[in-house]
Design a protein around this ligand. Structure first.
Ligand code: NAP
Length: 279
């Protein structure tokens, strides 16, 4: 034990992790609030995850974010798993508690909803069905959080249909699985439409499902944020819909962790967005 105050450290554990915007984001908040602390990228192999998580608190780490490919396996190592992390089956935020316990939480669903509420304040989730494209890791958080805020029906589609069926089996009858080849048809009468696939991301194929059935009243959001305005969002915008880009989800999911580690609830505002885009 050291008897002098230590500078709190945090970071993001993944592999690869060099592309992560989290160091730029947390670094900006640390400077903005004048907090003596640091946040670093940690590229950790799967085989070393347990040892690294045991060692980090001894080196002054108070917590970390977790990204691909460790989001699921970290649940096996954690001592305490929040209900929402257990429901989603993955964690993105870890706290190294003073009693030595490893606490695992998932703030992706919170970030997803907070972003929609901030950028489309009139959004009424209960007003109609939601169409969700994709059934990967991020879709689990999106589906769980949409159900929690009262969406009456989720129309879910995925290229690999069994993954969508698995989500239905787990999350229940408010989910209706649609065929990927007819995905565009499920946009009829929706209040919300979400792309959770990696389609449209720089370097990946484009999102090509027809969107003609989308009503003008729908709020449309994409989890992809590189580019900020994906073709999915551009098409929806041209049709007169309100669109919400995915960068805000990244910013909002980070706020609870920053507060727990560094003792200050950070603002998610235009300056934060600009700092992350510049960083
Ligand atoms: P994942 O678990 O690997 O899932 C990928 C999803 O994309 C699956 O549904 C997959 O379908 C689908 N997909 C991939 N290539 C496809 C193709 N060629 N045609 C049709 N579908 C395809 O990844 P994830 O963690 O869910 O992440 C998905 C996206 O969300 C990524 O772009 C990620 O960067 C983004 N994301 C953003 C945030 C944020 O804060 N904004 C947070 C989390 C994730 P199959 O099941 O058929 O493979």
């Amino acid at each position: 034990m050291t008897d002098h105050p230590r500078i709190p450290l945090a970071g993001v554990i993944g592999s690869p992790v060099a592309h992560s915007r989290s160091p730029a984001l947390h670094g900006y908040w640390l400077r903005r609030y004048g907090i003596a602390g640091a946040y670093v990228p940690l590229d950790i192999a799967q085989a070393d995850l347990r040892d690294v998580l045991a060692a980090l608190p001894k080196a002054g780490f108070v917590g970390c974010n977790v990204t691909i490919p460790h989001k699921e396996s970290v649940l096996q190592i954690a001592d305490v798993v929040t209900d929402r992390a257990a429901l989603i089956g993955a964690a993105n935020t870890l706290i190294f508690r003073k009693d030595g316990k490893l606490h695992a939480d998932n703030t992706d669903g919170y970030g997803f909803i907070a972003n929609l509420r901030q950028q489309a304040p009139f959004w009424a989730p209960a007003a109609g069905p939601a169409a969700v494209f994709g059934a990967g890791g991020a879709a689990r958080a999106v589906v769980a959080s949409l159900l929690e805020v009262g969406v009456p029906e989720i129309r879910l589609t995925n290229r690999t249909r069994p993954r969508a069926e698995a989500l239905r089996a787990e999350f229940g009858a408010r989910i209706v699985v649609h065929d990927w080849v007819q995905a565009g048809a499920m946009l009829e009468d929706v209040a919300t439409a979400v792309n959770t696939t990696s389609l449209g991301m720089t370097g990946k194929p484009e999102f090509l499902a027809p969107m003609d059935a989308l009503p003008q009243t729908a709020v449309v959001t994409d989890l992809v944020y590189t580019p900020l305005k994906t073709r999915f969002l551009k098409t929806a915008e041209e049709m007169g819909c309100t669109t919400v880009d995915g960068l805000g989800m990244l910013l909002h999911q980070a706020a609870p962790g920053f507060e727990r580690w560094f003792g200050q609830r950070p603002e998610v505002d235009a300056e934060t967005r600009a700092a992350v885009l510049a960083g």
